[in-house]
Design a protein around this ligand. Structure first.
Ligand code: SF4
Ligand code: ZN
Length: 312
């Protein structure tokens, strides 16, 4: 297999694009494509301040690397969740993120959930009985709340996350199987800012997971290989595996599934946009972030419940 650009020996073959590239041209191609997606979906400009949510994994570290190489003003945010795996997942991912920031001379915000709110994610989940024994719902709620808080307090225009095509296609697959119209309407490369909520973007949403792994390795980025110990057995993993089987038989299935969805949604063929909740949004009485609940947002209610139970 030869590189399409220079004819040297290829190091990656992307069947869905009918294209193979050598290492050097692949390392050029990924940022070029990212720039193209940023423009195509109007994600942000070079004047805007970007906050990248970094977990220490290949996607978020690569995203940060790419944005900085492209000349964007991108700082990082690491959230310490207090999750222990066999390898002490949180500590190791924190260490790798700090190291990446230091080596590249970048600004990193660190929020340790336990220091900030008195409880780690697994404890919050246990005492509030949310999520049927898995901390993922508390974790997701906390991540959204904290990312938005840091963006607001430090004046960032936009929040960027490292979701890749495999992530997006799996979520889309799940939402389609359930016909969750509200979720489907909100899924896309850009979630525009709303009252009190920063704009959210996913610049890597058109790259396959294996392309991002190849990028991180070719670039020499040290990242945490282990997934969060709670990710295993999650429904999303099952959707990913199912889509991989389809992809093996027909290369390009995932990309077509996702892109055709975006087209159909944009053209209004799929759903009629409704704005039913917009009128009831107001600031939470405690933290000031937008909510449609009567007084406190769901994050602050979760914290209240946790302190009732623990007395802390
Ligand atoms: Fe949080 Fe881990 Fe669940 Fe992901 S898998 S939402 S990191 S607890
Ligand atoms: Zn609140």
């Amino acid at each position: 297999m030869k590189c399409k650009k220079c004819g040297e020996r290829a190091s990656i073959n992307m069947r869905q694009h009918r294209m193979a590239l050598c290492k050097d041209h692949f390392l050029e191609w990924i940022p070029e494509q990212t720039e193209r997606f940023i423009k195509k979906y109007n994600m942000f400009t070079r004047d805007e301040k970007i906050l990248v949510a970094v977990s220490g994994g290949k996607d978020s570290l690569s995203l940060w690397d790419i944005l900085v190489r492209l000349g964007y003003k991108a700082d990082g945010l690491y959230l310490g969740l207090g999750i222990d795996g066999g390898v002490n997942y949180s500590n190791e991912s924190h260490r790798l993120t700090e190291e990446f920031a230091r080596a590249n001379n970048l600004t990193l915000h660190v929020v340790d959930v336990e220091k900030e709110y008195g409880h780690s994610i697994p404890v919050l989940s246990e005492v509030t009985h949310r999520g049927y024994g898995k901390p993922c719902s508390v974790c997701g709620l906390t991540k959204r709340h904290e990312m938005n808080r840091i963006a607001r307090d430090f004046g960032y225009d936009v929040l960027a996350t490292g979701h890749n095509l495999d992530d997006e296609a799996a979520v889309l697959f799940g939402n389609t199987l359930q016909w969750s119209a509200d979720y489907l309407l909100r899924q896309g490369p850009v979630l525009p800012s709303a009252e009190g909520l920063a704009r959210k973007v996913k610049p890597l949403c058109r790259f396959y997971e294996r392309e991002m792994t190849a990028y991180a390795i070719a670039r020499g980025i040290e990242y945490i290989y282990d997934e969060c110990p709670f990710a295993e057995g999650a429904t999303q993993v099952f959707y990913k595996e199912s889509l991989n089987q389809l992809e093996n038989v027909r290369p390009g299935t995932k990309l077509t599934f996702y892109l055709r969805f975006l087209d159909a949604r944009q053209s209004g063929e799929l759903f009629v946009q409704r704005d039913k909740d917009a009128a009831h949004i107001h600031p939470c009485a405690k933290c000031g972030q937008p909510t449609s609940a009567p007084e406190l947002c769901s994050f602050c209610r979760m914290l209240e419940k946790a302190s009732e139970v623990t007395g802390l």
